[in-house]
Design a protein around this ligand. Structure first.
Ligand code: SF4
Length: 84
């Protein structure tokens, strides 16, 4: 069984996960999507996949685009620190 088969968002309006814009309704939709992710049994797998596949849009694993950018930057910094 694939982790996606257990995704909580399969039972949710997909538009919540791809809000258009960064203000108003888009913020409300993003918060609603993140709340769905919080109760999702495969949040960790989803976030790992989103980071590995560099998903640039949408809510994945409880994070939005900017949050994933910050995580990737932190991971890159940590990788450089370990390598040096
Ligand atoms: S963590 Fe969120 S986006 Fe990922 S599968 Fe679960 S509900 Fe869907």
């Amino acid at each position: 069984m694939n982790w996606r088969d257990k995704a909580e968002c399969l039972r949710t309006d997909p538009e919540l996960f791809f809000p258009v814009g960064t203000t108003g309704l888009a913020l409300i939709q993003a918060d609603a999507a993140k709340r769905v992710c919080q109760r999702c049994p495969v949040q960790e797998e989803c976030l790992r996949w989103a980071l590995d596949s560099r998903q640039e849009t949408g809510i994945w694993g409880g994070t939005d685009e900017e949050e994933r950018r910050l995580i990737r930057r932190r991971q890159a910094r940590e990788a450089r620190r370990v390598a040096s």
